[in-house]
Design a binder for this molecule. Structure first.
Ligand SMILES: Cc1cc2nc3c(=O)[nH]c(=O)nc-3n(C[C@H](O)[C@H](O)[C@H](O)COP(=O)(O)OP(=O)(O)OC[C@H]3O[C@@H](n4cnc5c(N)ncnc54)[C@H](O)[C@@H]3O)c2cc1C
Length: 248
């Protein structure tokens, strides 16, 4: 097996080695290098741009990017994909990509990563829905060396709550604050057990529960992003401390 952990130019063939349903509508896909070479280690928060390896002209040249949702490593990538109604590539991945199939991937890229200057202050990682993926990768990395992390996850309810156990395991182990918002809890969902708050992440809650001198990283649907950014600015959080990624 040759070793090439350096970033690559153009496209590299990766093969699907596993797929796991995280919750209804969200599947994680695990890829390795087709030739068994080492992969470039991504910076947590970065995404993998790729196209499907197929002769079907419908999918052939469609490039999409998906945040890497795994701890940074040289052996395997993981992306976690929400199936979009009528979505070309998310539907292909969910419905047609089988173990052993290939994609053609560019090297991980993106600038939504933890800044050097965040090392000396608390970090707050806030996600809504599938926007959890880049923040999860950041969480894996940052929790290795620090506990001044505030992780806030907003989802609809316990049926659509990806990575719940993973995040709970890390937060219990490392002793940092993990807060869960359900916008639409089910009858079976229990406050204080399944979730902490009903509704959305809002200005009042941020003011009372999060350190305003922290660096903030967040990702989710556009209305959520606009709301969080507006709240942080209203509360006087420095613009340089506000970092986010849009999935569009
Ligand atoms: C930096 C970055 C990181 C991303 N990371 C992830 C990730 O980790 N997991 C993930 O599931 N997705 C992620 N996305 C979104 C992903 O790249 C695709 O845009 C998404 O899967 C839709 O692609 P598609 O080919 O299925 O839909 P398309 O065929 O491109 O679009 C079909 C329809 O869906 C609408 N649509 C497109 N994207 C979205 C969306 N995100 N939400 C709602 N409607 C949409 C379009 O307006 C269109 O009407 C990321 C996007 C970016 C830019």
């Amino acid at each position: 097996m040759s070793i090439s952990n350096i970033s690559w130019m153009g496209f590299k063939e990766l093969v699907l080695v596993d797929r796991v349903e995280e919750c209804p509508g969200i599947v994680s896909f695990y890829f390795k290098d087709k030739n068994g070479d080492k992969l470039a280690k991504h910076k947590p928060g970065q995404f993998l741009p790729f196209k499907i390896k197929t002769d079907d002209s419908k999918y052939k040249d469609a490039i999409r990017t998906y945040s890497l949702s795994i701890v940074s490593n040289e052996n395997m990538y993981r992306i976690s994909v929400k199936k979009i109604d009528g979505g070309l590539i998310s539907s292909y991945l969910h419905d047609k990509l089988n173990i052993g199939d290939s994609i053609e991937a560019m090297a991980p890229s993106g600038v939504f990563t933890i800044k050097e200057s965040s090392k000396n202050k608390p970090i707050v990682l806030i996600s809504a829905g599938i926007g959890v993926t880049p923040l999860l990768s950041m969480l894996y990395e940052e929790s290795k060396t620090r506990d001044d992390i505030y992780f806030v996850q907003a989802v609809q309810n316990s049926d659509i709550h990806p990575f719940k156990d993973d995040i709970k395991y890390i937060s219990d182990d490392k002793g940092f604050k993990n807060t869960i918002f359900y916008s639409n809890p089910l009858d079976k969902d229990q406050e204080g057990i399944d979730y902490d708050f009903i509704g959305r992440v809002n200005t009042e809650w941020i003011k009372n529960n999060l350190p305003l001198d922290a660096d903030y990283y967040f990702c989710g649907p556009p209305p959520f992003m606009k709301g969080v950014e507006a709240s942080l600015l209203e509360l006087g959080v420095d613009k340089d401390s506000i970092n986010y990624e849009l999935f569009s």
